[in-house]
Design a protein around this ligand. Structure first.
Ligand code: SF4
Length: 262
């Protein structure tokens, strides 16, 4: 990659890591919202916005760290940029004002409220994650679901799934040749909306580890949704992220998965 001349001679070229929020809908369809934190505008922007920005230079994929970044004339480096370096932060200052963007999970899986518990269980197991934000159509968090919520729902359901009586009307097309006057029982699907914690604890992407850790400890939760100015999920911060940062700051070489999730 060539390095173009800085615009106005004041902004060196810099990499800004792309964060992705993958949203799974009840029909299994996935949509991806890819954003970066723009240091000039001091807010999150979409990658599409970057590509039409005059400071944009290229998209860069780091095969080792498995991260993609926007390369543009907008230094200095945004938080989290150095995570590809395995020694980054090891023995560094134990600074509680470190931005959470430096340690949060940037590759976030989210679900829509209509996703069923069975689908949720498959997602949590398949992606080896302990919980996901539940988001609305705009990607704003409306709840949080954990493995414990899914297990509790499965235990409460037991072998006898709830059902609802459906009486056929004259104009209905009867399934399985059921005659008029008979009725069928349809199982009621438990969804993410039914089992989620409807209160979302969230922090702005510019918050510090001090603020986020205090909120987690005060509320007794293990994960926070990290949101941008427009309230959309751009990351997840878990208690394990904070512990990793603490251990690395104390000089321990604790691996940080480049694309780990919460
Ligand atoms: S390309 Fe433009 S919008 Fe994107 S981060 Fe750089 S300066 Fe900001």
């Amino acid at each position: 990659m060539t390095s173009p001349e800085p615009i106005n001679g004041e902004h060196p070229i810099a990499h800004h890591l792309i964060r992705s929020a993958r949203i799974v809908a009840d029909d299994g369809e996935e949509s991806v919202a890819a954003t970066v934190y723009c240091p000039l505008q001091e807010r999150s922007t979409t990658v599409a916005e970057c590509e039409s920005c005059r400071r944009f230079h290229a998209l860069h994929f780091d095969a080792t760290a498995r991260t993609t970044s926007v390369v543009c004339h907008a230094g200095p480096a945004t938080p989290g940029e150095e995570r590809a370096d395995p020694l980054h932060g090891v023995g560094g200052p134990l600074d509680p004002e470190t931005p959470i963007a430096d340690i949060m999970t940037r590759d976030v899986l989210c679900v829509r409220p209509e996703v069923t518990v069975d689908e949720l269980a498959a997602l949590l197991v398949g992606h080896e994650i302990s919980g996901v934000p539940v988001v609305d159509a705009e990607g704003r968090p409306v709840g949080m679901v954990s493995r414990a919520d899914v297990l509790r729902a499965a235990q409460e359901r037991g072998d006898t799934e709830e059902s609802q009586r459906v009486t056929l009307q004259p104009d209905d097309i009867a399934p399985l040749d059921i005659e008029q006057g008979f009725h069928v029982y349809e199982p009621i699907k438990t969804t993410a909306r039914d089992i989620m914690t409807p209160v979302v604890l969230q922090v702005h992407e510019s918050a510090s580890i001090r603020q986020a850790a205090s909120l987690m400890a005060y509320e007794g939760v293990h994960r926070l949704a990290v949101t941008s100015d427009d309230g959309k999920v751009v990351g997840i911060l878990s208690s394990l992220d904070v512990l990793r940062w603490f251990g690395r700051s104390c000089g321990y070489l604790i691996p940080v998965p480049a694309r780990k999730r919460s």
